[in-house]
Design a protein around this ligand. Structure first.
Ligand code: FMN
Length: 215
């Protein structure tokens, strides 16, 4: 699909190192051990391609964050059965659990334990991949439970066109984080098309590593 590359970057802040810290201010996860962090970082990968651009950028972020002492985990959404939200609204009552029994049952506790959640998705038709959207829809229990409130959310989104095509996706993430009480803490938006091409972009790879170190 011949997507045009757009060089006009959308108005996005640089990776929000300071906003991650301020999001977590007052929480016991702030470094108290000589500058090392003991935060839990979970990276949700919404690309089907292992060794793809999302994968490489997220790996750099996790390398950076574990170099500072964080505990990191990467989850491949395409390996997990995720059914669509059916708007049954069970999650609005009782213990706020989701009525659907599928792979999300194993993911919910990981999300709740994390301090930082990295959402990695290639841009597909100016939005996230279908699998990432299924996952986001299933975060609905957290509206009532508030269990993601205060967590830092970071977005990684490679695309052929580059940052200028990421506006709709970033708007969706920002508004959704806001709705869930999460803190938007930055993004890495990179032009890359072939599998793993971003690996040759030393500037973006270093930026991803430093973003991870800032956790
Ligand atoms: C179905 C599909 C739709 C895509 N839509 C866009 C698009 O709207 N804009 C764009 O710049 N790139 C688009 N791309 C290209 C991917 O975003 C790009 O190749 C990305 O680097 C893939 O990331 P990955 O290697 O992590 O899977 C699309 C690719 C596919 C397969």
């Amino acid at each position: 699909m011949p997507f045009r590359r757009r060089e006009d970057a959308v108005d996005l802040p640089p990776p929000g190192f300071s906003s991650i810290l301020s999001a977590l201010k007052g929480r016991s996860v702030l470094p108290s051990n000589g500058g090392l962090s003991c935060m839990k970082v979970i990276a949700i990968i919404g690309s089907p391609r292992r060794g793809g651009n999302t994968d490489l950028l997220v790996d750099q972020i996790l390398r950076g964050s574990t170099s500072r002492g964080s505990i990191a985990e990467k989850v491949w959404l395409y390996d997990i059965d995720i059914e669509p939200c059916i708007d049954c609204r069970r999650c609005k009552r009782g213990d706020h659990s989701c009525a659907i029994v599928d792979g999300m049952k194993g993911l919910y506790p990981k999300m709740e334990e994390a301090d930082v959640i990295v959402f990695g998705t290639p841009i597909y038709w100016y939005g996230p991949t279908g699998k990432m959207k299924l996952f986001i829809d299933r975060l609905r229990p957290y509206i009532a439970s508030g269990k993601l409130s205060g967590k830092a959310g970071f977005v990684v989104a490679p695309s052929e066109e580059g940052p200028g095509c990421c506006g709709p996706t970033m708007e969706m993430f920002r508004m959704s984080f806001d709705y869930l009480g999460m803190v938007f803490s930055g993004s890495i938006l990179v032009a890359a098309y072939e599998r793993g091409a971003v690996g040759e972009d030393e500037v973006e790879m270093e930026r991803a590593y430093q973003a991870g170190r800032s956790f």
